[in-house]
Design a protein around this ligand. Structure first.
Ligand code: S3P
Length: 179
């Protein structure tokens, strides 16, 4: 982190099923910040579900939506942002988030991710092939990007509240340094 950053938002990045939205909501509530989920913004703008965007328009169109939303986030203050799992795999997105937000990555093992997402069916990237193998491959490919977060928080064996407390602690520390 450089001393010139102005941290007035908090961005949660990390793989699908690591709890970004659940943790983000709790943190936003405690901080009295607005909560924003990039996937929800995209669905509202596109007028369709993420899985339909992938199926009808293709992944590149979804990634374009993500880049557009990330650009707009630079104008926000007092916002907790939960990002889609693939969003920080674009260096420009990650760099942009870092200009205004403390970027915290929620981390989980492939097995823990699988446990959390196996009952859900709204994630197009896990619909092809063996899901656990797919999770391992995607997580390995994305790890270098996730590791560029300001802080990495391991979510294994921790409740949403516990993870939220860690995130809040890191945010308060960063604010005392950067404001
Ligand atoms: C994706 C993760 C999803 C959603 C889309 C693509 C990914 O968000 O953006 O299905 O590339 O990992 P969550 O991480 O909130 O599940």
């Amino acid at each position: 982190m450089t001393g010139t950053r102005s941290i007035h938002n908090l961005a949660l990045i990390g793989f699908m099923g690591t709890g970004k939205s659940s943790v983000g909501r709790v943190v936003a509530d405690i901080l009295h910040f607005t909560f924003l989920d990039t996937d929800h913004v995209i669905e509202a703008r596109a007028g369709k579900a993420i899985s339909d965007i992938f199926a009808q328009d293709g992944e590149p169109v979804f990634r374009q939506w993500e880049r557009r939303v990330v650009e707009e986030l630079t104008r926000r203050t007092r916002t907790v942002i939960a990002t889609g799992g693939g969003l920080p795999a674009d260096e420009t997105n990650l760099a942009s988030l870092k200009t205004h937000a403390l970027v915290i990555c929620l981390w989980a093992s492939p097995e823990a991710v699988w446990e959390r997402v196996r009952g859900q069916d709204h994630r197009p990237l896990l619909k092809e092939g063996d899901p656990l193998t797919r999770i391992r491959e995607l997580l390995a490919a994305r790890e270098p990007f996730y590791r560029q977060a300001d802080v990495l928080v391991n979510t294994g064996m921790r409740s949403v509240r516990e993870v939220a407390q860690h995130v809040l602690h890191q945010f308060h520390m960063a604010q005392s340094v950067h404001q």
